[in-house]
Design a protein. Structure first.
Length: 307
């Protein structure tokens, strides 16, 4: 029994290591201009399976095409690609690598459950395979969802300072594209996630996309309400010719206020969250430490009286 549990633990530890290693190894730096030109030159349609290329890319494309042919495979690919973009993984091999790791995790989970249930009845084997399939299918999506949440949190934390710096740079007389490029260069080592998002917007505009569409794409890509509001503000300012630098300064102050309120809310919730560990782990230990010595002394005295 202990050997089976140890094998099960090692299997899922291996899956986690594969997921993390694959994401880190195959994560490439965003090249927005190349991505935009590639989109203009090649209509990549996942649902139709129109993916081709030599070498490793060709193998990954064939693998994606095979998944697309499965029932529900196209929706799985679309949802996975959307979550990968929300997590900051936008390289050309990101989707193929993730699907390969997710498929391996599913196969390993099914194989491990089948090995654990090898001596059990058929009904138990079937139930184990169903449980293993659910774990292997949901596990990679859960990890990817956590990575997307962490990426959005980094963007949320970086937004006030970045917007404030953008307003200052715009106040010096630079145009919006040059100001965003300058801000992305300055913030690259402090807030690389948001700097890459700004750089992506600038490169998309330089590649020929309309500025409003580029900002709307950034808002959809990140899924953060503050970035949606920032995009709408910039688009409206450009459309009506109003001063953007002053509006950004006021908006940055509002973002700082919301960030401080979120921090205060998190501090207020910490006491309630600590209640459960205290009740479950600390109070029983205190009861044992304070009551057990007295209880043992009473039992010892009762035993002495009995003699």
């Amino acid at each position: 029994m202990f050997t089976g549990l140890l094998f099960f633990f090692l299997v899922f530890a291996t899956i986690g290591a594969l997921l993390w290693t694959g994401m880190q190894i195959f994560r490439t730096q965003d090249d927005p201009l190349a991505d935009r030109l590639g989109q203009l030159q090649n209509a990549v349609v996942v649902s139709a399976g129109e993916r081709s290329g030599p070498g490793t890319r060709g193998l990954l494309n064939q693998f994606l095409r095979a998944i697309t042919s499965l029932p529900g495979g196209a929706d799985w690919l679309k949802g996975s690609e959307k979550r990968l973009r929300q997590a900051g993984y936008r390289g050309e091999r990101a989707l193929g690598t993730y699907m390969l790791i997710a498929s391996l995790a599913l196969l390993v989970s099914l194989g491990g459950m089948l090995w654990l249930e090898r001596n059990n009845p058929l009904s138990s084997v079937f139930g184990g395979l169903v449980a293993g399939g659910i774990i292997g299918f949901i596990g990679p999506q859960f990890v990817l969802g956590k990575m997307a949440t962490r990426y959005r949190l980094r963007l949320q934390q970086a937004l006030p300072d970045t917007v404030d710096l953008l307003g200052i740079v715009l106040g010096t007389g630079l145009a919006l594209d040059q100001a965003m490029l300058r801000v992305s260069e300055e913030m690259q080592y402090i807030y690389p996630a948001l700097a890459n998002e700004f750089y992506t917007v600038v490169m998309q505009v330089r590649a020929g996309q309309e500025r409003s569409k580029a900002f709307n794409a950034m808002a959809r890509r990140t899924g953060i309400e503050d970035i949606k509001a920032l995009s709408a503000m910039i688009i409206q300012s450009e459309r009506f010719g109003t001063s953007l630098s002053q509006a950004l300064k006021v908006y940055a102050d509002g973002l700082r206020m919301r960030r401080r309120l979120r921090a205060e809310t998190a501090v207020a919730k910490a006491g309630i969250k600590m209640l459960f560990p205290i009740v479950l782990f600390i109070l029983p230990v205190l009861f044992v430490i304070t009551l057990v010595p007295g209880l043992l002394s009473v039992l010892h005295n009762l035993a002495s009286l009995g003699k």
